[in-house]
Structure formats: C-alpha cells, structure tokens
Design a protein around this ligand. Structure first.
Ligand SMILES: Nc1ncnc2c1ncn2[C@@H]1O[C@H](COP(=O)(O)OP(=O)(O)OP(=O)(O)O)[C@@H](O)[C@H]1O
Ligand SMILES: [Mg+2]
Length: 328
C-alpha cells in the first residue's frame, strides 16, 4: 500500500498509528501523551486485519493521566507492549539510519531489539545484564570511596561474566541468523559483498578481575557486551564511516528485509512492514528492486510525497490531506 500526500499532511502519523496499534508503542517516542491529538484527552486506534489466515482485531487506547490499554480480539491485555509477541511489525523511518551511521550504542540497542523479536525468551537477560553492570559499577564506586570492602564487588563480577556471556551468545546468534539474508538483500539492492560481524568477546570473571584496578579508578566496568559493536561492511569498506547516504539507507533496509524473512520462516507469516519516506535518496533501479521485493512478502505500507516515487502500481493507493485519508 502506498500512502501519498504533501509534507505535514499526516502520512507519518498514519504509519505511526499502525505501529502503536500492532506493537503497543510508538517507534518515535516513549511519551505516549504525544500521540493524543493536541487539545484532546484521549486517543484510540482500532485495527482489523489478518494474521496468517486468521482474522485479528486490535485496539489501543491512550488516555492522558490514565495510561495505555490494549485489546486483542476483544480481550484486554496486561500491557499494551504484549502486542509485540502477538503481531510482528518492522518499521523503517529516516531516524533508523542512525543504526548504520550512529555510534556503537545505537547498534547494540538495535540488535538487542532483534533478540527481543527473534529470541524472545532471552530478552529478559538483556535487562538483567544492564542491572548487573549498574550494580557492579555502584560497588566499584563504594569500594574506591572507602565505604565498603572490595569483596562486595566479587558477586557482581560473577554476575556480569555469566550474563555477559549469555548476551554475547544471543547477539552472535542473531548476527549469524541475519547475516546470509542481509548479504543477499544488500547484493540485490546493489550493495555488494555486505557483511556484518560481532565485535566483542564474551567476558570472563578472570578478565574482569585482571582489570579491577582500572575499573576502580574509573568507577565503571570497562569490559563486556555493553561496550561491544556490530560492524557492517561492504567489501573492505566500513559502512558507518564510508557508506554514502543512499548506501546507508540500503544497509538499514537489507537488515530489515533479512529480519522480515526470518520472522516469516519462524512464525509462519510475514511481518507487517512500515516504510516511512524510504524512497527518497534511492535511484530508480534500487526503488524498483525494493518495490519488487516488498510486493512478494506480506503487507507493506510505504509513504511518499508523490505516487510517481514508486516505480510500479501499488495494490492500494491512499491520499492523505490534513485530517483526511481517502482511497485514490
Ligand atoms: N499530537 C498531535 N496532535 C495534532 N497534530 C499533531 C500531533 N503530533 C504531530 N502533529 C502534527 O501532524 C502533522 C503531520 O505530521 P506528519 O509527520 O504525519 O506529516 P507527513 O505527512 O509525514 O509529512 P512529511 O512528508 O514532511 O514527512 C504535523 O504538522 C505535526 O505537527
Ligand atoms: Mg513524514
């Protein structure tokens, strides 16, 4: 489906509402109050669709001061975010380019969200690792300030090593699972010999002990997956530093398409793809390849300012003007 309209008409709003309605949260902001129309007290998103062959109805309501509620086929969910485990949606927005051109923290966060989608049972471990690092850092600062003994650091060192090993394992697993599809989609999109590799080693208690003096001095743990990175390359070039704007966009798209295929394989149906402003910066050949690829998969919504940006006829064309969406 192609959604067209002038700047500021509300295309991104529409796309965002599909994300909130299927995932329970916005890809843009954690401040749910921003999602309610200015001057109103509440907002509601109601969606009807198909998940595989079965009909599914979703509803998310946000009331200022009351929070967020979600229903799936009429039954209330404990938390709106639970929708994530029910319906798969992947989104591209221009902000996502930070996954390629931003610092390692953005990539770590991205691949940790991939773990949440592909290996959901392991997602709690990511939070537990973060908590263990925070506890170890606090213990380091207490010990170096003389408020407690160094012995108090030991148990947190063990925790950081144990959870850190699990986190590196999960990240390495998703990188290995995505890599072949990533290379294939990137190649098709005209980005040859694309690779991704995990840059980091599983931490051990011995390695952490060995740098204890330095960690005490800094008051922070200087080793572990909270400092690792995923390096994205095309041939010998690091795409973070040397990719062109368009190439960085293709990299994010290849990652997204590779994940979409894995989700389709594992869950038995393709995820909903939301591609905001994806066509700008892409040349006509690459637009065509992308359009052909997404037409083969499940449902995709693409926004653009002009219908002519898409080099083929979409199944459905919607025109957005402020406050109004109509089929063209
Ligand atoms: N909570 C809100 N209530 C009312 N209007 C809002 C709210 N949040 C954003 N807007 C406005 O909605 C308008 C449409 O924004 P949107 O980002 O959807 O446009 P767009 O069609 O995607 O434009 P572009 O082509 O520039 O990307 C903006 O002018 C924005 O200020
Ligand atoms: Mg927009």
């Amino acid at each position: 489906m192609l959604v067209v309209g002038p700047n500021g008409a509300g295309k991104t709003n529409l796309l965002e509402s599909l994300h909130v309605g299927t995932q329970g949260f916005s890809p843009r902001t954690r401040a749910d109050a921003q999602l309610v129309r200015f001057g109103e007290r509440a907002g509601r998103i109601g969606l009807g669709g198909k998940r595989g062959e079965r009909a599914v109805e979703l509803e998310v309501t946000i009331e200022l001061g009351e929070g967020k509620r979600a229903k799936l086929n009429g039954a209330s969910l404990r938390a709106a975010e639970q929708l994530r485990s029910e319906v798969a949606t992947l989104v591209f927005t221009p902000d996502r380019l930070a996954v390629v051109k931003g610092g390692p923290a953005v990539r770590r966060a991205y691949f940790d969200r991939v773990i949440g989608r592909l290996l959901p049972a392991r997602a709690p471990m990511i939070i537990e690792y973060g908590a263990a690092i925070a506890q170890r850092n606090a213990a380091l600062r207490r010990a170096s300030g003389g408020y407690s003994s160094r012995d108090a650091i030991g148990p947190w060192t063990e925790q950081v090593a144990a959870l850190g090993q699990q986190l590196v394992e999960a990240r390495t697993e998703v990188v290995a699972a995505l890599a072949p599809g990533f290379a294939a989609r990137a190649d098709e999109l005209g980005l040859p010999a694309a690779r991704m590799s995990y840059d980091g080693e599983p931490p051990t208690a011995e390695a952490l002990e060995a740098r204890l003096e330095r960690d005490l001095e800094r008051g922070a743990t200087g080793l572990g997956p909270h400092l690792d990175d995923v390096v994205l390359t095309s041939g010998a070039r690091d795409l973070r530093s040397f990719g062109s704007q368009g190439e960085q966009r293709l990299t994010v798209l290849a990652l997204l398409l590779a994940e979409a295929e894995l989700i389709a394989e594992r869950r038995g149906f393709a995820p909903l793809l939301l591609l905001d402003d994806v066509l700008s910066e892409l040349d006509p050949d690459r637009r065509r390849v992308l359009a052909t690829r997404v037409l083969e998969g499940g449902q995709t919504l693409i926004t653009a300012t002009q219908a002519s940006s898409l080099p083929m006829r979409p199944a459905q064309l919607l025109e957005v003007s402020p406050g109004l969406v109509r089929a063209a």
